[in-house]
Design a protein around this ligand. Structure first.
Ligand code: 5GP
Ligand code: MN
Length: 346
Protein backbone atom coordinates (compact mmCIF):
# COMPACT_ATOMS: atom_id res chain seq x y z
CA UNK A 1 0.00 0.00 0.00
CA UNK A 2 1.10 3.53 -0.72
CA UNK A 3 1.04 6.27 1.87
CA UNK A 4 -1.10 9.28 1.12
CA UNK A 5 1.49 11.78 -0.03
CA UNK A 6 -0.80 14.22 -1.84
CA UNK A 7 -3.18 16.16 0.41
CA UNK A 8 -6.80 15.05 0.15
CA UNK A 9 -7.91 18.64 -0.53
CA UNK A 10 -5.68 18.71 -3.61
CA UNK A 11 -7.02 15.37 -4.81
CA UNK A 12 -10.63 16.55 -4.41
CA UNK A 13 -9.85 19.83 -6.13
CA UNK A 14 -8.07 18.15 -9.05
CA UNK A 15 -10.92 15.67 -9.40
CA UNK A 16 -13.44 18.48 -9.78
CA UNK A 17 -11.32 20.28 -12.37
CA UNK A 18 -10.73 17.15 -14.43
CA UNK A 19 -14.42 16.22 -14.28
CA UNK A 20 -15.49 19.57 -15.64
CA UNK A 21 -12.69 20.01 -18.16
CA UNK A 22 -12.86 19.02 -21.77
CA UNK A 23 -9.66 20.52 -23.17
CA UNK A 24 -6.54 19.97 -21.10
CA UNK A 25 -3.04 21.16 -21.96
CA UNK A 26 0.04 19.75 -20.26
CA UNK A 27 3.22 21.82 -20.24
CA UNK A 28 6.70 21.08 -18.94
CA UNK A 29 10.10 22.73 -18.60
CA UNK A 30 12.63 23.87 -21.18
CA UNK A 31 15.01 21.18 -22.50
CA UNK A 32 12.67 18.49 -21.21
CA UNK A 33 14.29 15.44 -19.61
CA UNK A 34 12.95 11.93 -19.04
CA UNK A 35 10.85 12.93 -16.07
CA UNK A 36 9.41 16.00 -17.82
CA UNK A 37 8.36 13.97 -20.86
CA UNK A 38 7.49 10.86 -18.83
CA UNK A 39 5.20 12.64 -16.39
CA UNK A 40 3.58 14.70 -19.16
CA UNK A 41 2.85 11.71 -21.37
CA UNK A 42 1.88 9.56 -18.38
CA UNK A 43 -0.76 12.10 -17.37
CA UNK A 44 -1.74 12.60 -21.01
CA UNK A 45 -2.46 8.89 -21.55
CA UNK A 46 -4.55 8.81 -18.40
CA UNK A 47 -6.61 11.89 -19.28
CA UNK A 48 -7.16 10.54 -22.78
CA UNK A 49 -8.56 7.37 -21.25
CA UNK A 50 -11.09 9.68 -19.56
CA UNK A 51 -12.17 10.99 -22.97
CA UNK A 52 -10.49 14.37 -22.59
CA UNK A 53 -8.88 16.30 -25.42
CA UNK A 54 -5.27 16.53 -24.30
CA UNK A 55 -2.21 18.24 -25.78
CA UNK A 56 1.34 18.22 -24.47
CA UNK A 57 3.36 21.35 -25.24
CA UNK A 58 7.09 21.73 -24.54
CA UNK A 59 9.20 24.90 -24.91
CA UNK A 60 11.86 23.31 -27.16
CA UNK A 61 13.41 20.06 -28.38
CA UNK A 62 13.86 16.99 -26.21
CA UNK A 63 16.59 14.34 -26.59
CA UNK A 64 16.39 11.62 -29.25
CA UNK A 65 16.54 8.86 -26.66
CA UNK A 66 13.03 9.84 -25.49
CA UNK A 67 11.45 9.76 -28.93
CA UNK A 68 10.32 6.14 -28.65
CA UNK A 69 7.96 7.02 -25.81
CA UNK A 70 4.29 6.36 -26.60
CA UNK A 71 2.73 9.69 -27.56
CA UNK A 72 6.07 11.51 -28.00
CA UNK A 73 5.48 12.14 -31.68
CA UNK A 74 2.37 14.19 -30.89
CA UNK A 75 4.17 16.56 -28.53
CA UNK A 76 3.99 20.15 -29.75
CA UNK A 77 7.11 22.32 -29.64
CA UNK A 78 6.41 25.93 -28.71
CA UNK A 79 9.59 27.18 -30.38
CA UNK A 80 8.35 25.76 -33.70
CA UNK A 81 4.58 26.22 -33.47
CA UNK A 82 4.11 29.17 -31.11
CA UNK A 83 0.89 30.34 -32.71
CA UNK A 84 -0.85 26.95 -32.67
CA UNK A 85 0.43 26.20 -29.17
CA UNK A 86 -0.67 29.65 -27.99
CA UNK A 87 -4.18 28.99 -29.28
CA UNK A 88 -4.35 25.64 -27.46
CA UNK A 89 -3.15 27.27 -24.23
CA UNK A 90 -5.68 30.04 -24.55
CA UNK A 91 -8.59 27.72 -25.24
CA UNK A 92 -7.71 25.14 -22.57
CA UNK A 93 -10.02 24.55 -19.60
CA UNK A 94 -7.11 23.31 -17.48
CA UNK A 95 -3.34 23.68 -17.88
CA UNK A 96 -1.25 21.16 -15.96
CA UNK A 97 2.28 22.42 -15.23
CA UNK A 98 4.51 19.41 -14.74
CA UNK A 99 8.04 19.10 -13.36
CA UNK A 100 8.71 22.83 -12.90
CA UNK A 101 8.12 25.31 -10.12
CA UNK A 102 8.53 28.73 -11.77
CA UNK A 103 7.30 30.32 -14.99
CA UNK A 104 10.89 31.25 -15.87
CA UNK A 105 11.53 27.52 -16.42
CA UNK A 106 9.30 27.46 -19.51
CA UNK A 107 11.11 30.30 -21.29
CA UNK A 108 9.17 31.93 -24.12
CA UNK A 109 6.03 29.97 -23.20
CA UNK A 110 5.70 31.78 -19.86
CA UNK A 111 3.51 34.65 -21.07
CA UNK A 112 1.13 32.40 -22.98
CA UNK A 113 0.64 30.22 -19.90
CA UNK A 114 0.39 33.17 -17.50
CA UNK A 115 -2.15 35.00 -19.67
CA UNK A 116 -4.36 32.01 -20.48
CA UNK A 117 -7.72 32.09 -18.67
CA UNK A 118 -7.42 28.32 -18.02
CA UNK A 119 -7.32 26.95 -14.48
CA UNK A 120 -3.74 26.00 -13.65
CA UNK A 121 -2.45 23.07 -11.66
CA UNK A 122 1.17 22.35 -10.74
CA UNK A 123 2.44 18.83 -10.22
CA UNK A 124 6.11 19.04 -9.30
CA UNK A 125 8.93 18.04 -6.98
CA UNK A 126 11.19 21.12 -6.97
CA UNK A 127 11.65 23.22 -3.84
CA UNK A 128 9.92 26.57 -3.45
CA UNK A 129 7.02 26.51 -5.92
CA UNK A 130 6.01 29.93 -7.19
CA UNK A 131 2.35 30.85 -7.01
CA UNK A 132 1.19 30.86 -10.62
CA UNK A 133 -1.14 27.88 -10.14
CA UNK A 134 -4.37 27.54 -8.12
CA UNK A 135 -3.70 23.89 -7.29
CA UNK A 136 -0.13 23.25 -6.18
CA UNK A 137 0.81 19.61 -5.80
CA UNK A 138 4.45 20.15 -4.82
CA UNK A 139 6.45 17.37 -3.16
CA UNK A 140 10.24 17.82 -3.14
CA UNK A 141 10.54 14.67 -1.04
CA UNK A 142 9.31 12.58 -3.99
CA UNK A 143 12.08 11.72 -6.45
CA UNK A 144 10.16 12.27 -9.68
CA UNK A 145 7.13 14.09 -10.99
CA UNK A 146 6.23 10.87 -12.80
CA UNK A 147 5.83 9.16 -9.43
CA UNK A 148 3.52 11.99 -8.35
CA UNK A 149 1.44 11.48 -11.50
CA UNK A 150 1.10 7.78 -10.62
CA UNK A 151 0.09 8.67 -7.08
CA UNK A 152 -2.43 11.23 -8.31
CA UNK A 153 -4.09 8.80 -10.72
CA UNK A 154 -4.31 6.13 -8.02
CA UNK A 155 -5.74 8.52 -5.46
CA UNK A 156 -8.36 9.60 -7.98
CA UNK A 157 -9.30 5.92 -8.08
CA UNK A 158 -8.19 5.13 -11.62
CA UNK A 159 -5.31 2.68 -11.30
CA UNK A 160 -7.29 0.31 -13.52
CA UNK A 161 -7.28 2.89 -16.33
CA UNK A 162 -3.49 3.16 -16.52
CA UNK A 163 -2.51 1.56 -19.81
CA UNK A 164 0.73 -0.18 -20.67
CA UNK A 165 1.73 2.92 -22.65
CA UNK A 166 1.00 5.22 -19.72
CA UNK A 167 2.90 2.90 -17.39
CA UNK A 168 5.93 2.97 -19.72
CA UNK A 169 6.01 6.76 -19.61
CA UNK A 170 5.68 6.91 -15.82
CA UNK A 171 8.39 4.29 -15.37
CA UNK A 172 10.75 6.17 -17.70
CA UNK A 173 10.42 9.35 -15.66
CA UNK A 174 10.94 7.53 -12.36
CA UNK A 175 13.99 5.78 -13.78
CA UNK A 176 15.68 8.82 -15.33
CA UNK A 177 15.21 11.16 -12.36
CA UNK A 178 16.90 8.63 -10.08
CA UNK A 179 19.73 7.71 -12.46
CA UNK A 180 18.30 4.22 -12.94
CA UNK A 181 17.39 4.01 -9.24
CA UNK A 182 20.90 4.85 -8.03
CA UNK A 183 20.11 8.12 -6.20
CA UNK A 184 17.07 9.59 -4.40
CA UNK A 185 15.72 6.09 -4.59
CA UNK A 186 15.67 4.66 -1.08
CA UNK A 187 11.95 5.12 -0.55
CA UNK A 188 10.60 1.59 -0.58
CA UNK A 189 7.29 2.74 -2.05
CA UNK A 190 9.14 3.41 -5.32
CA UNK A 191 9.52 -0.34 -5.69
CA UNK A 192 5.91 -0.99 -4.85
CA UNK A 193 5.00 1.41 -7.66
CA UNK A 194 7.40 -0.32 -10.05
CA UNK A 195 5.74 -3.59 -9.20
CA UNK A 196 2.35 -2.08 -10.02
CA UNK A 197 3.71 -0.71 -13.31
CA UNK A 198 5.10 -4.15 -14.18
CA UNK A 199 1.59 -5.53 -13.71
CA UNK A 200 0.61 -3.38 -16.70
CA UNK A 201 2.99 -5.35 -18.87
CA UNK A 202 5.89 -2.93 -19.18
CA UNK A 203 9.35 -4.32 -19.95
CA UNK A 204 11.60 -2.31 -17.62
CA UNK A 205 14.80 -3.85 -18.97
CA UNK A 206 13.89 -2.85 -22.49
CA UNK A 207 13.04 0.69 -21.34
CA UNK A 208 16.48 0.92 -19.75
CA UNK A 209 18.13 -0.13 -23.02
CA UNK A 210 16.04 2.28 -25.08
CA UNK A 211 16.98 5.21 -22.86
CA UNK A 212 20.59 4.47 -21.99
CA UNK A 213 21.93 2.26 -24.76
CA UNK A 214 20.89 3.97 -27.97
CA UNK A 215 23.44 6.74 -28.18
CA UNK A 216 25.44 7.75 -31.24
CA UNK A 217 29.05 6.85 -31.83
CA UNK A 218 29.78 10.59 -31.62
CA UNK A 219 28.55 10.72 -28.03
CA UNK A 220 30.88 7.97 -26.92
CA UNK A 221 33.86 9.55 -28.61
CA UNK A 222 32.90 12.92 -27.13
CA UNK A 223 32.74 11.28 -23.71
CA UNK A 224 36.19 9.80 -24.23
CA UNK A 225 37.53 13.20 -25.24
CA UNK A 226 35.92 14.95 -22.28
CA UNK A 227 37.28 12.48 -19.75
CA UNK A 228 40.75 12.47 -21.24
CA UNK A 229 41.20 16.14 -21.94
CA UNK A 230 38.47 18.26 -20.38
CA UNK A 231 38.07 16.99 -16.85
CA UNK A 232 39.85 18.72 -14.03
CA UNK A 233 39.87 17.14 -10.60
CA UNK A 234 40.29 19.26 -7.50
CA UNK A 235 41.11 16.64 -4.85
CA UNK A 236 41.71 19.34 -2.25
CA UNK A 237 38.02 20.29 -2.61
CA UNK A 238 36.62 16.79 -3.30
CA UNK A 239 35.35 18.27 -6.57
CA UNK A 240 35.65 17.97 -10.31
CA UNK A 241 34.90 20.14 -13.32
CA UNK A 242 34.29 19.32 -16.97
CA UNK A 243 33.68 21.86 -19.72
CA UNK A 244 32.96 21.91 -23.42
CA UNK A 245 32.92 24.65 -26.04
CA UNK A 246 30.57 24.89 -29.02
CA UNK A 247 33.48 24.17 -31.33
CA UNK A 248 34.26 20.90 -29.54
CA UNK A 249 30.62 19.82 -29.66
CA UNK A 250 30.52 20.50 -33.40
CA UNK A 251 33.63 18.41 -33.92
CA UNK A 252 31.81 15.41 -32.46
CA UNK A 253 28.53 16.05 -34.35
CA UNK A 254 26.78 16.95 -31.10
CA UNK A 255 23.04 16.46 -31.04
CA UNK A 256 20.78 17.35 -28.13
CA UNK A 257 21.10 14.84 -25.33
CA UNK A 258 24.61 13.73 -26.25
CA UNK A 259 26.15 15.11 -23.07
CA UNK A 260 23.34 13.79 -20.85
CA UNK A 261 24.86 12.13 -17.81
CA UNK A 262 28.41 13.40 -18.36
CA UNK A 263 28.20 15.47 -15.17
CA UNK A 264 27.67 12.33 -13.10
CA UNK A 265 30.81 10.55 -14.28
CA UNK A 266 33.36 12.40 -12.08
CA UNK A 267 31.30 11.35 -9.04
CA UNK A 268 32.53 7.82 -9.63
CA UNK A 269 36.02 8.94 -8.55
CA UNK A 270 36.70 8.08 -4.93
CA UNK A 271 35.96 11.00 -2.57
CA UNK A 272 34.56 13.27 -5.28
CA UNK A 273 31.26 14.61 -3.96
CA UNK A 274 30.69 17.64 -6.20
CA UNK A 275 30.79 17.74 -9.98
CA UNK A 276 30.09 20.62 -12.34
CA UNK A 277 29.72 20.59 -16.12
CA UNK A 278 29.95 23.81 -18.14
CA UNK A 279 28.68 23.58 -21.71
CA UNK A 280 28.42 26.36 -24.25
CA UNK A 281 24.83 26.10 -25.43
CA UNK A 282 24.39 25.36 -29.12
CA UNK A 283 21.05 27.22 -29.32
CA UNK A 284 21.37 30.19 -27.00
CA UNK A 285 24.36 32.43 -26.36
CA UNK A 286 25.06 31.19 -22.84
CA UNK A 287 26.85 28.55 -20.86
CA UNK A 288 24.58 25.88 -19.44
CA UNK A 289 25.65 24.65 -16.04
CA UNK A 290 24.88 21.24 -14.58
CA UNK A 291 25.76 20.51 -10.97
CA UNK A 292 25.66 17.22 -9.11
CA UNK A 293 26.57 16.21 -5.58
CA UNK A 294 26.59 13.18 -3.34
CA UNK A 295 25.29 13.19 0.22
CA UNK A 296 24.34 16.42 1.90
CA UNK A 297 26.35 18.90 -0.18
CA UNK A 298 23.77 21.39 -1.51
CA UNK A 299 24.64 21.93 -5.16
CA UNK A 300 21.34 23.83 -5.58
CA UNK A 301 22.75 26.53 -3.28
CA UNK A 302 25.85 26.87 -5.46
CA UNK A 303 23.61 26.96 -8.54
CA UNK A 304 21.50 29.75 -7.07
CA UNK A 305 24.36 31.76 -5.66
CA UNK A 306 26.81 31.56 -8.56
CA UNK A 307 24.93 30.48 -11.66
CA UNK A 308 21.51 32.08 -11.57
CA UNK A 309 19.81 28.71 -11.18
CA UNK A 310 18.52 26.20 -8.69
CA UNK A 311 17.14 22.68 -8.50
CA UNK A 312 17.48 19.78 -6.12
CA UNK A 313 20.01 19.19 -3.36
CA UNK A 314 21.97 16.67 -5.44
CA UNK A 315 21.07 17.72 -8.99
CA UNK A 316 20.75 21.29 -10.09
CA UNK A 317 21.45 23.61 -12.96
CA UNK A 318 21.88 27.18 -14.00
CA UNK A 319 22.88 29.55 -16.77
CA UNK A 320 25.85 31.84 -17.22
CA UNK A 321 26.19 34.72 -19.64
CA UNK A 322 29.88 35.33 -20.25
CA UNK A 323 33.00 33.53 -21.38
CA UNK A 324 34.06 30.00 -20.48
CA UNK A 325 37.08 31.41 -18.63
CA UNK A 326 34.80 33.56 -16.48
CA UNK A 327 32.52 30.59 -15.75
CA UNK A 328 35.50 28.46 -14.72
CA UNK A 329 36.72 31.28 -12.49
CA UNK A 330 33.30 31.46 -10.85
CA UNK A 331 33.35 27.73 -10.24
CA UNK A 332 36.71 28.07 -8.50
CA UNK A 333 35.33 30.86 -6.34
CA UNK A 334 32.45 28.58 -5.39
CA UNK A 335 34.90 25.88 -4.30
CA UNK A 336 36.67 28.31 -2.00
CA UNK A 337 33.43 29.64 -0.57
CA UNK A 338 32.03 26.15 0.05
CA UNK A 339 35.31 24.56 1.14
CA UNK A 340 34.08 23.75 4.61
CA UNK A 341 31.00 21.88 3.39
CA UNK A 342 32.98 20.15 0.65
CA UNK A 343 35.45 18.82 3.18
CA UNK A 344 32.93 18.03 5.91
CA UNK A 345 33.22 14.46 7.14
CA UNK A 346 30.10 12.43 6.58
P1 5GP B 1 20.33 19.22 -15.59
O1 5GP B 1 21.71 19.32 -15.05
O2 5GP B 1 19.90 17.82 -15.83
O3 5GP B 1 20.10 20.13 -16.75
O4 5GP B 1 19.38 19.79 -14.46
C1 5GP B 1 19.26 19.17 -13.22
C2 5GP B 1 18.18 19.84 -12.41
O5 5GP B 1 18.58 21.17 -12.14
C3 5GP B 1 16.85 19.97 -13.13
O6 5GP B 1 16.04 18.89 -12.85
C4 5GP B 1 16.28 21.25 -12.56
O7 5GP B 1 15.68 20.97 -11.33
C5 5GP B 1 17.49 22.07 -12.23
N1 5GP B 1 17.84 23.08 -13.23
C6 5GP B 1 18.50 22.89 -14.41
N2 5GP B 1 18.70 24.03 -15.05
C7 5GP B 1 18.17 25.01 -14.27
C8 5GP B 1 18.07 26.44 -14.39
O8 5GP B 1 18.53 27.07 -15.36
N3 5GP B 1 17.43 27.08 -13.38
C9 5GP B 1 16.93 26.42 -12.30
N4 5GP B 1 16.31 27.13 -11.35
N5 5GP B 1 17.01 25.10 -12.16
C10 5GP B 1 17.61 24.39 -13.12
MN1 MN C 1 11.84 15.82 -12.38
Amino acid sequence: MLSKVIAQANIDHAEKWFERADKIVIVTHVSPDGDAIGSSLGLCHFLESQEKTVNVIVPNAFPDFLRWMPGAKDIIRYDKYAEFAGKLLNEADVICCLDFNALSRIDAMADAVAQSPARKMMIDHHLHPESFCRIIISHPEISSTSELVFRLICRLGYFEDITKEGAECIYTGMMTDTGGFTYNSNNREIYFIISELLSKGIDKDEIYRKVYNTYSEGRLRLMGYVLYDKMQVFPQFNSALIWLTKEEQRKFQYIKGDTEGFVNIPLSIKNIIFSVFLREDTEKNMIKISLRSVGTFPCNKVAAEFFNGGGHLNASGGEFYGTMEEAIELFKQALVKYEELLLAKK
